[in-house]
Design a binder for this molecule. Structure first.
Ligand SMILES: N[C@@H](CCC(=O)N[C@@H](CS)C(=O)NCC(=O)O)C(=O)O
Length: 209
């Protein structure tokens, strides 16, 4: 059995979407980051960087395995169940490349734009402008990619789509006034959001926990 330690944020939802897509048995252990539960010593044994998501797989090869970092969790689950990531060849590394692009680019930049928009103790136009420009640039990169390819990693739906979707779908609502005008310039991203958002596992994963 896999235990997923998570909360209702985009990084957490990558893991719930993936587990729902796989249709495997798992249980959710909620870590309320609004109440600082990510600093609980028991959770830190699993996720020493005090962030969700993390998993513990009791049935991993070689004994129980705990993992943090959503990208590592997606690669692990894809490899374990042989789905949503080619096992070898160029397609595998192209999907991983876009996964890394999300982990190092889209996620952190959207996250900072969210912080400057919703959480900064006082308005900071310089910070907000910087991250808005980065969010806009990154959506342009994604739009170009999706003008050439049905899914982000290639023709097939993969963990790259699973990693990127919750960031855009959730922030489109969370900081609507910032993201929606940027998205309206990106027709290929918009149609990809519709297609991915129609998947039942994506709809379920986006509601959990
Ligand atoms: N690179 C990490 C980032 C995880 C992350 O930032 N998680 C946030 C929620 S989306 C968190 O747990 N924040 C709690 C904190 O920073 O104390 C991943 O992709 O797993």
């Amino acid at each position: 059995m896999i235990t997923l330690y998570t909360w209702g944020t985009p990084n957490g939802r990558k893991a719930t979407i993936m587990l729902e897509e796989l249709g495997v048995d798992y249980r959710i252990h909620k870590v309320n980051i609004g109440k600082d539960e990510q600093f609980d010593p028991e959770f830190l044994k699993i996720s020493p960087n005090n962030k969700i998501p993390a998993i513990v797989d009791e049935d991993a090869d070689g004994g129980p395995l705990s993992l943090f970092e959503s990208g590592a969790i997606l690669i692990y689950l894809a490899d374990k169940y042989g789905r949503f990531l080619p096992v070898s060849g160029a397609g595998r590394y192209t999907a991983i490349q876009w996964l890394m692009w999300q982990m190092g680019g889209l996620g952190p930049m959207f996250g900072q734009l969210g912080w400057f928009t919703l959480s900064a103790p006082e308005p900071n136009p310089v910070g907000q402008d910087r991250y808005r420009k980065e969010a806009d640039r990154l959506l342009g990169v994604l739009d170009k990619r999706l003008s050439e390819s049905r899914h982000v990693g290639g023709d097939e739906y993969s963990i790259a789509d699973i990693a990127i979707y919750p960031w855009i779908a959730q922030y489109r609502v969370r900081i609507k006034d910032e993201i929606e005008p940027l998205l309206q310039k990106r027709p290929f991203v918009l149609s990809w959001l519709d297609r991915v958002g129609e998947r039942p596992a994506v709809q379920k994963g986006m509601q959990l926990p």
